[in-house]
Design a protein around this ligand. Sequence first.
Ligand SMILES: [Ca+2]
Ligand SMILES: [Ca+2]
Length: 104
Amino acid sequence: MDCAAKGSVLYSMKSLEKLYIARWLGGTYFVGLNDINTEGTFVFNVDDTDIDNNLKIQLFDNSQPDDFNGDEDCVVYEENRQRLNDIPCAWPQNYVCEQLCFVP
Ligand SMILES: [Ca+2]
Ligand SMILES: [Ca+2]
C-alpha cells in the first residue's frame, strides 16, 4: 500500500460519514485503521490516534473486529458486510488512498 509515495494516506475512517462514502465507492479494500502495535487498540494510520469506541462499534460489522487466528491487524471495508472487518495485513486486497487538502 503505497499511498504515502503518492502523497496521500490510506482512506481514513474518522467519521461515520466516511462509511457512507465507502458504501458509495463500493468494493472491498483496505482502509486506514490498524491494531498492529497494541492488539485490540485500533488507531488511524493517518495520525496514530485511537478510534473512539462508539465510532468503532458503528463502523465495524457485528462480531468484528475478532482478530481471527490472532492474526488480523489491518482493516478492510467489505462490500458484502457494508461495514469494516479486521483481516491479516498480508492478505492481498485493493486499497483506497485519500488525498488530504489544506486550504490556506
Ligand atoms: Ca488484531
Ligand atoms: Ca475479522
